[in-house]
Design a protein around this ligand. Sequence first.
Ligand SMILES: N[C@@H](CCC(=O)N[C@@H](CS)C(=O)NCC(=O)O)C(=O)O
Length: 185
Amino acid sequence: MKLYGSVTSPFVRHCRIALIQGGLDWELVEIDAAVSGEKSPTKKVPFLKDGDVNLTDSCSILKYAREKSGNTFFPDVQDYDLFCMTNTAIDASINLFLLQNDGLDVTQGKYFGRQAGRVESALDALDAVVANSEPELTDGVIRLACFLEWGSFRNRFSLDSRPNLKKIVDFANKDSAFQSTAIPQ
Ligand SMILES: N[C@@H](CCC(=O)N[C@@H](CS)C(=O)NCC(=O)O)C(=O)O
């Protein structure tokens, strides 16, 4: 099967990790925004092709990879909520990043402010959510760690006042699939 995406995307990275962990037969086809704009109806990465199966979102790709390798997809609702909250924060953060790259001043405007505030309040909440749990490399935690490393790579936010999130990054980095998909510096 072919996974289309970039090596910087946190969404693509999570899919790569699940495909590696599942021992599945797959390859990454690296594409840029021009190609995803042409080949995906959402104009986003990742997307996946496996014979007749065409998937257009990291969530469906993850479900496919986990189940194809004999695992369950989100047996725990709290872990699923961690995943969902992280996705909301990633969407807001990437949106601001891309608009800024297009030359927009994202410090102006009510909705830009709301998006920026959403990232910060979600990070605080995520720090609190993982504070009391024994670290386990669930899909919620993997998604969170992919986001945090992307945010550091792109200088989107600071983890200085979020010690539990720092611990999650250190914990994820003990895993070989997480390590082998690190964003090239
Ligand atoms: N809900 C999608 C989000 C994917 C996404 O936002 N991908 C980013 C790259 S990290 C993208 O392709 N953005 C291009 C754009 O917004 O035009 C998923 O989970 O796959």
